[in-house]
Unconditional design. Structure first.
Length: 129
């Protein structure tokens, strides 16, 4: 496309009217995929990424421990769920890597893991005398 004055004007108009998409309302819950919730709660991926129900399960208050969590196994994000009878964490499902919030989280986690292993190296084995 040629950068004629009309094209430039159109581009300026586009920039002037451009609004970033609102993220909070329409994106589904990162755990159960619902788009309907009275309130959105923080999750492992960030604020307002869990619906009310899942957010409560993720909350870690003094009274009750969290029963869902997200881990990175290799490069695969896996949702864990605590079995209410045995209190053992079980793999629930692989998180939706198509979700941009989850792919961002994976990148962040990978960097974080790299940093933690750099700055907190495993303790060196004690030499036997
Ligand atoms: Zn949910």
């Amino acid at each position: 496309m040629l950068a004629t004055p009309e094209v430039i004007d159109a581009y300026i108009d586009f920039l002037k009217n451009y609004k970033p998409p609102k993220l909070k309302s329409k994106l589904p819950c990162t755990f159960c995929k619902t788009t309907e919730s009275t309130t959105w709660r923080p999750g492992p991926i960030g604020p307002s990424t869990l619906c009310n129900k899942c957010g409560v399960n993720y909350m870690d208050s003094g009274k009750r421990n969290r029963t869902i969590d997200l881990i990175l196994r290799g490069s695969t994000p896996v949702w864990l769920k605590k079995d209410v009878n045995s209190w053992v964490w079980k793999e629930h499902m692989v998180a939706d890597i198509e979700d941009p919030r989850i792919s961002m989280w994976i990148q962040r986690e990978m960097i974080r893991n790299k940093l933690t292993s750099t700055y907190n190296p495993p303790p060196a084995k004690k030499r036997r005398l």
